[in-house]
Design a protein around this ligand. Sequence first.
Ligand code: HGY
Ligand code: MN
Ligand code: MN
Length: 415
Amino acid sequence: MPAVMDNLRINGDRLWASLMELARIGATPKGGVCRLALTDLDRQGRDLFIRWCKEAGCTVTVDGIGNIFARRPGRDNSLPPVMTGSHLDTQPTGGRFDGAYGVMAGLEVVRTLNDAGFETDAPVEIVVWTNEEGTRFSPAMIGSGAFAGVFDLGAELGKTDLEGKTIGAELERIGYKGAAPVGGRKVGAYFEAHIEQGPILEAENKTIGIVTGAQGQRWYEITVVGQEAHAGPTPMARRKDALVGAARMIHEVNRIGHKHQPGACATVGHVQVMPNSRNVIPGRVFFTVDFRNPKDEALTAMDRDLRRACQAISAETGLETEVKEFWYFAPTPFDAACISAVRRGAELGGYSHRDIISGAGHDAVYMARVAPTGMIFVPCEGGISHNEIENAAPADLAAGCAVLLQAVLGRAVKG
Ligand code: HGY
Ligand code: MN
Ligand code: MN
């Protein structure tokens, strides 16, 4: 890498200031952020990002599922762009850094290149992916998944939230249903900077995680049906209590997670009890299951265990159960050359580092299907994320951004 690039320095204070200004949009009393996908707050975050990108001389396009691409031209704009970015939507009790860091780090890379008057050969694009979190609209990573051709655009635009509002209508409402085609264009490489969202880097006192890939996931929607009845006169022996059955299944989900160690994760994060009245025996329960494992065969074994457990509990209790697998992606390795580019950036910066597999899903997982892809992790305090107390050190965020700069340049500059 030419020496001139070694002298490019990102501005950590500017990066932190942008993160803190963005975090004010959807700020919660506990210091977190609630900026659910395609809400007015998401629109405000998008508008702020676009304003900053235009101030940095970028041209901005929005595609048919609301993905935003801010393009900094290069010497040869016929070359496929080197992309970097992440997401601006958050969990309901999200933090200031999940997603936002990758987008602001991409913006800081562009700002740094502008300060130095440095021209890359290939164009550089900062991207914001729609609905990465999968909390308001499921599954996760819908924008990047549609861009990568994993999801059908029409089907995703018709997905609804719990109030029956569709992605398509919400994109129109906030003014982000863009004209650009979704995907179908070459990407030179994709890099995403993100907080680790787990405890490993902090525990080992490492500044940079060189992400070699992401673990696989299976998401389920399970419905248990019994019979609503009066909590008073109905004898225990005559009950078909859907919540008792669901509770036993939820316990099994956790047991399956412990059974498939090392590596397995098993979570029930969303439960709906109907009619949810304290003196009515629940007739219907809906709950979600999130399974993850770095090994595909182990993820398959977890699937088998779950179906067996639900079947056995249904038979014992006389309840009806529907187990619907909602989403699956296999463990995803990242591109060897991109991993090396991240490693070189860490070494160039003199940052302590280690290889790591991502426990979380990221837009990079779907981008890895259409472009050479790499990720850079930095530690977060206590390994906590998807929580309003999520925190990261300015110095670590700056280090990750410096590594991102070098990784992007390694692909955007010939020679
Ligand atoms: O669920 C995930 O891993 C990500 O936060 N969407
Ligand atoms: Mn994220
Ligand atoms: Mn997240």
